[in-house]
Design a protein. Structure first.
Length: 402
């Protein structure tokens, strides 16, 4: 099997996913185009040598539909021979795009690929593409469907995480993200988004609130309590997990991932392809895996998939120097650290999606890039990135420095 290397990566800043967000005027096509343009220009790529572009997009409808990857390739003025494909594995899409692109290189069926993702959540609302799982009773009933926020609260109930635990984790995410930006740790890879006149619209993640403290979060009501009680989803959870007398609701907007706009791109290739284009490898894809997990509790996939990918790589969790776990909700990362007895000092050291936001189709590629940069900054050897996924799935990738 051939080796696959990461040569470079870029991402946009994350803009608030609302009509008053800085990136609301920018389409998903333009966000994706600007990442492809930057990855080409800063590496002086001959795009005719790029075998494929794979982009994740969770709601590929309307202006974000119709294979946005190929549209972005054309809009970025790549060689017309470069194909593109859009994929959707919910929150895992950006990392899955990288893994799929890497697998082509590892199988010697491609020499150079670009992978990543894009989501304009201010323009295309979350869930706009629909789906059978929540609405078709034939599926919803037998799989005990309930919304993700209630699944996150079920995880907190099952594994003993309190409201203070969830809030404390969120405060730390905000502090770490603020410190990372202040220290310039994202400067290497975050590209400013510009308008058609070339003026910068946004150069920094705007969802962050680094001044967040326990007192400010303590004033927020649990977001999913009413939905759970009035919508009947607490009863669904208790039917699936009858060992619990009640569900403890601990999550709210302040300790859950933010709705944002953004895009990311990762340049991958074989060593030979990199040499021919004058590129220096930064990391090697060592192993990756995906799993299905129990769909009602839904968001425990990072634990299951990490066990799988570590076994595949013949490694132990203690062999991993640095870890990125997507902060969909506080309880997901708390459960990961609990399951593997991993200290928080190794996990999400620059904050995560609670502070900076979660542009669904792009996040996996974004946090992979964050991992590469931070491993270089700390001179570490191995890293793991993992995300929980809707409908009960998980994804993980192990990389090693070159």
């Amino acid at each position: 099997m051939a080796d696959c290397y990461i040569f470079d990566h870029v991402r946009t800043p994350r803009g608030r996913g609302k009509k008053d967000g800085s990136l609301h005027e920018v389409t998903a096509l333009q966000l994706a185009t600007q990442t492809l343009t930057q990855i080409r220009d800063r590496n002086e790529l001959d795009t005719a040598k790029v075998d494929d572009v794979i982009l994740g997009c969770v709601d590929p409808v309307g202006e974000a539909g119709g294979d946005i990857a190929r549209s972005a390739v054309l809009n970025a003025d790549y060689d017309e021979a470069v194909p593109g494909v859009q994929i959707n594995r919910f929150c895992a899409s950006g990392l899955d795009a990288v893994n799929m692109a890497a697998s082509k290189i590892m199988a010697s069926q491609a020499d150079m690929t670009i992978a990543g993702g894009v989501e304009s959540m201010s323009r295309i609302g979350m869930g706009a593409s629909g789906g059978a799982w929540p609405v078709d009773p034939n599926l919803a009933v037998k799989s005990y469907f309930m919304p993700q926020g209630i699944s996150a609260d079920l995880i907190a109930t099952k594994y003993g995480f309190s409201r203070d635990d969830a809030d404390s984790f969120a405060v730390e995410s905000q502090k770490r993200a603020g410190a990372a930006w202040a220290d310039g740790r994202f400067d290497k890879s975050v590209i400013p988004v510009k308008d058609i006149n070339g003026f910068t619209i946004l150069a920094k993640d705007e969802h962050m609130r680094p001044g967040t403290d326990m007192q400010s979060l303590g004033g927020l009501k649990a977001s999913f309590e009413v939905m759970g009680e009035m919508g009947g989803f607490n009863a669904v959870a208790m039917t699936r997990y009858p060992e619990f007398e009640k569900l403890t609701h601990v999550h709210h907007a302040g300790n859950s991932s933010g709705i944002v706009d953004g895009a990311a791109a990762v340049l991958l290739g074989s060593k030979g392809a990199g040499t021919r284009q004058g590129l220096k490898p930064r990391a090697r894809i060592k192993a990756f895996a995906t799993v299905g997990s129990e769909p009602n509790i839904m968001l425990t996939g990072p634990v299951d998939v990490t066990e799988k990918v570590l076994k595949r790589a013949k490694m132990d969790i203690n062999d991993i120097d640095l870890i990125e776990v997507n902060e969909a909700f506080s309880a997901i990362v708390l459960r990961f650290m609990q399951a593997f007895d991993v200290d928080h000092s190794k996990v999400n050291v620059n904050g995560g999606s609670i502070a900076m936001g979660h542009p669904l189709g792009a996040t996996g590629a974004m946090i992979l890039g964050t991992l590469v940069d931070e491993m270089e900054r700390r001179d570490l050897e191995t890293g793991l990135v993992t995300l929980c996924v809707a409908a009960g799935m998980g994804i993980a990738t192990i990389i090693e420095r070159v």
